[in-house]
Design a protein around this ligand. Structure first.
Ligand code: ATP
Length: 196
């Protein structure tokens, strides 16, 4: 059982580049140092099994996922209303968080997620806000969807502005991404985590 030494919390709108940056960051750690925790993974897992759907298809950026996103969000809200930490605890378990000193949470979406991590890990959290212009997101396949893009899962963190780091990925330039990754890796070195 390992307590995390550092937890990166990525948030941002759909197609802003959260996954892209998370994967880039992950690639800089020697195994078995870091793991990506997807808070949406257990939601999809349980929703798929309860509704007879294909879990692996729900994980991809597919049309299939988009078809089910709306109902899945609604179902998740009901579960979360009863217990805000329900999916977080399962997501950490699913990603085998207890075996890794670095946690990369790639899809933090709500203030209750932020509160959970800050309460339980007051000294380990590093927040990163990822943004991109609407045009850039459209070019990546985003289409405004009522009930999804105006729901809490997309908007709950809009008013939070005290992020430790932020990045605008609209232009997708390598230099901007590398600069951010460099800063995040320095934070790891500062707490004694070895990076490549
Ligand atoms: N900094 C970047 N440079 C180049 N391409 C990028 C960058 N960020 C994102 N992209 C591209 O944009 C697309 C969407 O990015 P990504 O899947 O990371 O978004 P996301 O925020 O995780 O979206 P969702 O919430 O819908 O899962 C991907 O095809 C990715 O390659």
């Amino acid at each position: 059982m390992t307590q995390p030494k550092i937890i990166f919390l990525f948030s941002g709108k759909r197609k802003s580049g959260k996954d892209f940056i998370s994967e880039k960051l992950l690639s800089r750690f020697p195994p078995p140092c870091a793991t990506i925790i997807r808070l949406s993974a257990p939601l999809k897992h349980e929703y798929a099994s309860q509704h007879g759907l294909d879990y692996t298809e729900l994980l991809t950026a597919s049309q299939y996922k988009e078809q089910h996103r709306h109902d899945m969000i609604k179902w998740g809200e009901q579960v979360r209303a009863r217990d805000p930490s329900y999916f977080i605890i399962r997501a950490v378990h699913l990603a085998k968080g207890e075996s890794f000193p670095v946690w990369i949470v790639s899809d933090m979406r709500r203030r209750s997620d932020l509160q959970y991590f800050r309460t339980n890990y007051p000294n380990e959290c590093v927040t990163v806000r990822v943004s991109a212009s609407p045009d850039a997101r459209v070019n990546r396949g985003w289409k405004f969807t009522k009930g999804v893009d105006d729901a809490a899962s997309e908007c709950d963190l809009d008013d939070v502005c005290a992020w430790d780091h932020d990045i605008d990925t609209s232009h997708g330039d390598e230099a901007t991404t590398s600069a951010l990754i460099g800063q995040l890796l320095q934070r790891c070195r500062d707490v004694g985590v070895v990076v490549t």
